[in-house]
Ligand binder design. Structure first.
Ligand SMILES: Cc1cc2nc3c(=O)[nH]c(=O)nc-3n(C[C@H](O)[C@H](O)[C@H](O)COP(=O)(O)OP(=O)(O)OC[C@H]3O[C@@H](n4cnc5c(N)ncnc54)[C@H](O)[C@@H]3O)c2cc1C
Length: 410
């Protein structure tokens, strides 16, 4: 049982689940969660989906009473300026909180473009509730919308805009959207689905500058094209919020704060979890970030338990989802370059199941509106013995039964 005082920096998926895991693992000392965001901790995924701007977009992670019941203090609207490992956490307003152990769950920030005009009004990013409200207000005003970046957030926003009567243009540097995450046949299908519904995709080029008087009016592309724009959303990836760790002398790398399999940093009195952690997860080819909601919840939980003295590793296959035009995309595990793609034979424009094999073993899967199948695979991805590709490709194969058999054989 730990009587230490804990301060968790960041009240989102990883921080909140770490705090409750501390209590479950027997931590009896003070547990405080601090976040610069003034809102009761909320779910981030709805911010870019159909709920955008509506009351359902700010969905609390837990009711306020849960924190009080667990004896967890929430300090919201407070920025942390510095941590002193083993001693204190210093807030920007000068307050010092005693902290024997600190858990850093500071996440990532949206990357901004550095091209001319990037600071014009109505060139937005989307990371938190305030960003989401600002974007919703712009969609109400109307006018042409340009989304820079054809990743999940960019595609979700394009779908939401279209649902609200605004025809968006998505600018993507790669020849297809989502190419960094999935293989070409899957990316082609995603492209087709968006194109057919009316999203304009400008591929293989990038933004040279934004033009406007005070507010953005035009996006000038590297290939010379000019796109009219009343609003621009930049969704081109993220950067780790690792300043506190760097200042405290903790080991960091390009991905974030370096942690071991239990979330311990290079200082045994500081832990890190969620998007900010550069973690040695078995699904990754090398240590790095896993930027998914479910992973942040589970990693936070494992790291909270470890910090309370119950060493716990997060090894579940990473799971993520995305909603676009009423279709749910679900991804399980991580594909690496060189993995073999197997498409289910009945995959088509409205339905898709894709699998990735490495040395014959199932290491990743992606489904469109295939919750039942993806759910069945959750316990075997990355863990089961080799499975013949034709079995996966055959629509007649019952994946639940197959998963059961593989688990029994594994
Ligand atoms: C718009 C959007 C949609 C998404 N949709 C999906 C989805 O559909 N599916 C999916 O799997 N994933 C999705 N994600 C990713 C998912 O939300 C993240 O992986 C998850 O939020 C990571 O949780 P975290 O707790 O590690 O960090 P974060 O959620 O980034 O939280 C970090 C917190 O730390 C606080 N903080 C940072 N520095 C300080 C400081 N110095 N002082 C005080 N507080 C600080 C921040 O205010 C923030 O609240 C989405 C992300 C976004 C932005």
């Amino acid at each position: 049982m730990s009587t230490s005082q804990f301060v968790v920096v960041g009240a989102s998926a990883a921080g909140v689940s770490a705090a409750f895991a501390l209590r479950r693992a027997g931590a009896t000392g003070a547990v405080t969660i601090v976040d610069a965001d003034p809102n009761l901790p909320y779910e981030r995924p709805p911010l870019s989906k159909s709920e955008l701007g509506g009351p359902a977009a700010l969905r609390p992670l837990r009711p306020a009473s849960d924190y009080a019941d667990a004896g967890i203090e929430l300090l919201l609207g407070s920025s942390v300026a510095e941590i002193e490992p083993g001693r204190a956490v210093h807030l920007a307003d000068g307050t010092a909180l005693q902290a024997d152990h600190t858990v850093l769950t500071t996440g990532v920030r949206a990357r901004r473009l550095t091209v001319p005009g990037a600071d014009l009004d109505n060139v937005l990013v989307l990371r938190d509730a305030a960003d989401s409200a600002a974007l919703a207000a712009r969609l109400t005003v109307g006018g042409p919308l340009v989304v820079v970046g054809g990743g999940f957030i960019g595609l979700e926003l394009a779908a939401v805009a279209l649902e609200r009567g605004i025809r968006p243009t998505v600018v993507e540097m790669a020849p297809l959207p989502l190419l960094g995450v999935v293989d070409r046949p899957v990316a082609e299908l995603v492209h087709r689905r968006h194109h057919e519904r009316g999203v304009e995709l400008v591929l293989g080029t990038t933004v040279e500058r934004f033009v406007g008087h005070g507010a953005v009016e035009e996006v000038v592309l590297a290939d010379g094209r000019r796109l009219p724009a009343a609003t621009v959303v930049v969704g081109v990836g993220v950067e780790p919020r690792d300043e506190l760790a760097v200042k405290a002398g903790l080991e960091t790398d390009r991905a974030g704060i370096v942690v071991d399999c239990h979330g311990a940093t290079s200082d045994p009195r500081v832990w890190a979890a969620g998007d900010i952690a550069s973690q040695p997860h078995p699904a990754l080819a090398q240590r790095g970030r896993i930027e998914h909601w479910d992973a942040a919840l589970r990693h936070g939980e494992a790291v909270g338990a470890s910090a309370a003295g119950v060493p716990t590793a997060y090894t579940d296959p990473p799971y993520a989802w995305s909603d676009q035009f009423g279709t749910t995309y679900q991804m399980l595990g991580r594909r690496h370059p060189g993995d073999t793609l197997v498409l289910r034979e009945d995959s088509g424009p409205e339905r898709l199941l894709a699998f990735w094999l490495r040395d014959g073993r199932l290491v990743a899967a992606l489904g469109l509106d295939a919750g039942r199948e993806i759910g069945a695979l959750r316990r075997i991805v990355g863990a089961a013995p080799a499975v013949p590709a034709p079995l996966l490709a055959d629509p007649a194969t019952d994946l639940r039964r197959l998963a059961k058999e593989l688990r029994a054989a594994g």
